[in-house]
Design a protein around this ligand. Structure first.
Ligand code: ATP
Ligand code: SF4
Ligand code: MG
Length: 349
């Protein structure tokens, strides 16, 4: 399988400005800070991590909706930084985004027809085709009735609105869809329907997906490979099944340890890792390993001084931790949690 997307050392830093009269840059938010990532043609790459770790910025940087500060992005063999004007516009058609909140990403004054036609016209895909048929086919693909064309976004349920958002992305026949938390705003009962729809469309149209979620459970069923992000960097990447059964990075282990397992035997043996401390600000990320302020396995002084790079521990399984092997074998034990950081136990009288 060839790579459709190759990202090397991607950085997206946002300047923090102060000053009433003189615009001074007083710092930066290191939203994405040195990400390497490739996505194979036809696969689904799931990107997970807690709020603020830089997932959306990574997706937007890739589509150049936000201009990256540094790094290299290659799409289907073309270096995106070299593209300008008409060439960039043509390349943009091939990469589309589906947003978290379909209500705010769809213009309430535009009918569904006008929402769908817009991209088709911009990219000249209306020439020499039966536009009516194209629109009806699109609606069929996303499971909406043809009568939807004359309606407006507010006349639909949340799940249906997300179908409109997906149809808008599909309308310009992209190769890659970046789906940024596509189901987080939806009721649990419709989440699975939208995930299934994305899977069906992938088969039908040969799409490649980057699916962003803050919840490991959402990408579990849809992703072929999963990347875990923490404070602007990818800390672990593995085939989905392997990530869930053999997580190596302490942060991934902590995330998974917070998810209850339905099987009572497995649930009893489930390791519970309590993360202490708050998520540091991406404007002042910790030196060394970004996770060292919360890591139960932290070792002095390497973890505070040397940033671990993402390295392959096994074929296809990468981790950014100096001590992944020793942690996995049990040679290194987690430190006990410092007492002052544990919330006080309140016993029932
Ligand atoms: N345009 C911007 N200007 C300044 N800072 C920004 C901008 N966009 C994002 N940030 C900051 O960059 C960091 C990463 O934000 P981002 O939206 O990429 O996170 P996320 O992982 O998508 O979070 P969430 O799960 O909440 O959507 C955050 O600290 C955010 O406040
Ligand atoms: S490098 Fe050190 S601080 Fe970072 S995850 Fe590994 S053990 Fe923890
Ligand atoms: Mg986001």
């Amino acid at each position: 399988m060839t790579n459709l997307v190759e990202i090397e050392d991607l950085k997206v830093h946002f300047p923090i400005r102060r000053g009433l009269f003189v615009d001074r840059v007083v710092g930066h938010v290191y939203a994405v800070d040195g990400v390497d990532l490739s996505i194979r043609r036809g696969e689904t790459y799931g990107l997970v991590g807690e709020s603020g770790c830089g997932k959306s910025t990574l997706g937007r940087g890739l589509l150049r909706l936000t201009e990256p500060t540094g790094g290299r992005m290659v799409f289907d063999g073309t270096d995106l930084a070299t593209l300008k004007g008409e060439d960039l516009r043509r390349m943009r058609r091939r990469m589309q985004m589906v947003f978290q909140d379909p209500l705010s990403s769809l213009d309430p004054r535009q009918s569904v027809e006008s929402i769908l036609v817009e991209g088709i016209r911009v990219h000249g895909l209306d020439k020499g085709v039966d536009l009516g048929k194209t629109l009806r086919d699109l609606l069929t693909s996303v499971g909406l009735p043809h009568g939807s064309l004359r309606k407006y976004p507010h006349e639909f349920s949340g799940g249906q609105r997300q179908r409109i958002g997906i149809a808008r992305a599909l309308a310009v026949r992209p190769d890659l869809i970046v789906a940024d938390e596509p189901v987080s705003a939806l009721d649990v009962s419709v989440q699975a329907q939208v995930i299934n729809l994305l899977e069906d469309l992938q088969g039908e149209f040969g799409l490649t997906y980057l699916v962003i979620a803050h919840d490991l459970a959402v990408v579990r069923h849809i992703a072929d490979r999963v990347g875990v992000m923490y404070l602007g960097g990818i800390v672990e990447e593995a085939p989905a099944h392997e990530l869930y059964t053999d997580p190596l990075h302490p942060y991934t282990r902590a995330l998974l340890s917070a998810v209850p397992v339905p099987d009572p035997v497995v649930e009893d043996r489930r390791e519970r890792i309590l993360l202490t401390g708050d998520l540091p600000s991406p404007a002042a990320p910790p030196a060394g390993c970004r996770f060292h302020t919360r890591c139960p396995w932290k070792q002095a002084t390497r973890c505070d001084t040397e940033r671990p790079r993402l390295r392959a521990v096994e074929s296809g399984h990468k981790v950014a931790c100096h001590y992944a092997e020793q942690i996995r074998s049990g040679e290194l034990r987690p430190h006990s949690v410092e007492p002052e950081l544990v919330p006080e136990l309140v016993l029932d009288p």
